[in-house]
Design a protein. Structure first.
Length: 508
């Protein structure tokens, strides 16, 4: 401590000064790589240059360039501006090198086109305090900067940013009181897809020993599909889909290109198939180098054998998107049939879903098949792949309904974030708890989430039995009355058990 309330730590690049806040040391906006602009645009992240003196680490770094028209993005619009997008933030009970506390590294979601580690919903103070752990959050490039497959640029630059941040953790976190040999990566939605990708990436091997993936999306692009999407992105920009051409566009103007394409992706149903209705033209690309294969293939082959995995989903994932589009209860029979034909597995998928859920309404079928395809079955199958490859996994399902709108949102996508971080009134939490206050059940679930997540980071045990095949497929159900039981979505699991979550193809 250098002055009242301030804390100083030396990193490999130079000294940083943070603050004592509520019994924690908090350091914000520490660069882990050079700004990816100018000659570094669309390149792999480069090590940050050293600085003289002490750098203030009081404010979050600026978010990476991204779309803004999304619920909960106010924090991005109000965030600092500048080119230092690639920064980390640290919450630590004490920056004591002798402490060697478990380290948890958070990767945000946002459809691979949105997100900022400085968003209030990711305020890690409650988690760090409750579990006596060091929490790190990081920024990574999104949208075209991070994920478009461009000529003359490496694939998956956003994932490479995450690897660079984990290397920073390895080299620096001991000075902040963390144990570089006990690192857990955790993330939700696109953040969970990133965690799954890191498990499959040779460049990430050895940088973490545990992983938590919350609501893993099943969308990974083949190189052929990603190139075709990049061509259309280039057309929107009036430029070739190449790094040197697109570098002429201001980084802050480029997200509008992806946003315009998102609005008309359904025009490409015949080429992009299931990707077209997702309205996001970005996902990790199975390029054969940065990401050699899908996470399911990698884990089944043993890539995660030495990494302990905690993975799970929310029961009613897709309902959030119906609510945000004002379509709850408004799905027609024709729309349900189209969704079943598009997303249900196999040539007889529609009939199989109708037979499996004979009493389901059109809205319920529409929601169920997209929940299963996009999140629940990819998540569950990640646990199965981990077991098949000789590793260990724990599985959970959140079934407690969000309190807003009288519970109509169910246990929807993103509900686990305010419950885990205890940030009920921030970002998406403001929508999920809107007008309902914070019921005691929510606070009890937060305590359970935080105990399980930090316990897993400390010991590899979240407090319930490991998932086993065979062996009951035991799953922790998180609700007012939590229970361990066989996998609750067995009907859906059987419908999907023969489906291969391969990289999504270019259809023609």
């Amino acid at each position: 401590m250098t002055s009242a309330g301030s804390l100083e730590v030396r990193t490999t690049a130079g000294a940083v000064r943070g603050r004592e806040e509520g019994g924690l040391g908090v350091f914000r906006g520490i660069p882990f790589a050079e700004p990816p602009v100018g000659e570094a645009r669309f390149r792999a992240p480069r090590p940050v240059r050293s600085w003289e003196g002490v750098r203030e680490a009081y404010a979050f770094g600026p978010p990476p360039p991204q779309e803004s028209a999304f619920q909960g993005r106010r924090a991005v619009l109000d965030a600092p501006t500048g080119d230092d997008w690639l920064t980390v933030n640290v919450w630590t009970p004490a920056p004591d090198p002798a402490a060697r506390r478990p380290v948890m590294v958070w990767i945000y979601g946002g459809a691979y086109k949105l997100g900022h580690a400085g968003s209030p919903g990711y305020d890690a103070q409650h988690l760090a305090r409750a579990g006596d752990v060091v929490v790190v959050t990081l920024n990574y490039r999104v949208g075209m900067e991070g994920f478009a497959l461009l000529e003359g640029a490496p694939a998956n630059r956003g994932l490479l940013d995450q690897v660079a941040a984990l290397e920073w953790v390895r080299d620096n976190i001991a000075a902040f009181g963390g144990d570089p040999g006990q690192v857990t990566v955790f993330g939700e939605s696109a953040g969970a897809g990133s965690v799954a990708s890191l498990l499959a990436m040779p460049s990430a091997r050895g940088l973490f020993g545990r992983a938590i993936a919350q609501s893993v999306p099943g969308t990974y692009f083949s190189a052929e599909l990603a190139r075709d999407i990049a061509v259309e992105l280039g057309k929107e920009a009036g430029l070739a889909p190449a790094a040197d051409a697109l570098a002429s566009v201001d980084p802050r103007e480029l997200p509008a290109v992806g946003e315009r394409l998102s609005l008309r992706m359904r025009e490409y149903d015949d080429r992009w198939g299931r990707v077209a209705p997702t309205v996001t033209p970005f996902s990790p690309v199975v390029d054969g180098e940065v990401l050699p294969c899908t996470p399911w293939e990698a884990l089944a082959a043993g890539a995660g054998r030495d990494v302990e995995l905690l993975v799970g989903h929310n029961r009613d994932e897709y309902r959030l998107f119906l609510a945000m589009a004002d379509r709850l209860g408004r799905i027609t029979e024709e729309q349900a049939a189209a969704a079943l034909r598009m997303f249900a597995p196999g040539p007889d998928g529609e009939r199989a879903y109708r037979a499996a859920f004979p009493d389901a309404s059109p809205s319920e079928l529409y929601e169920r098949v997209q929940t299963d395809w996009l999140f629940n079955m990819p998540t569950q199958r990640l646990a199965e792949a981990q077991i098949a490859g000789g590793g260990q996994a724990h599985l959970y399902e959140l079934t407690w309904p969000a309190p807003a709108l009288g519970g109509a949102l169910g246990a929807c996508h993103g509900l686990d974030i305010p419950l885990l971080f205890g940030t009920y009134e921030a970002d998406l939490g403001a929508f999920l708890f809107m007008g309902a206050g914070v019921p005691p059940e929510a606070r009890a679930l937060t305590a359970r989430f935080q105990s399980a997540w930090t316990g897993f980071a400390r010991s590899g045990d979240p407090g319930w039995p490991a998932y086993e095949v065979p062996g009951g497929r035991l799953t922790q159900v998180l609700d007012v009355e939590p229970e361990v039981r066989p996998y609750p979505e067995e009907v859906s699991r059987r419908l999907w058990e023969a489906y291969d979550f391969a990289a999504l193809p270019l259809l023609k």
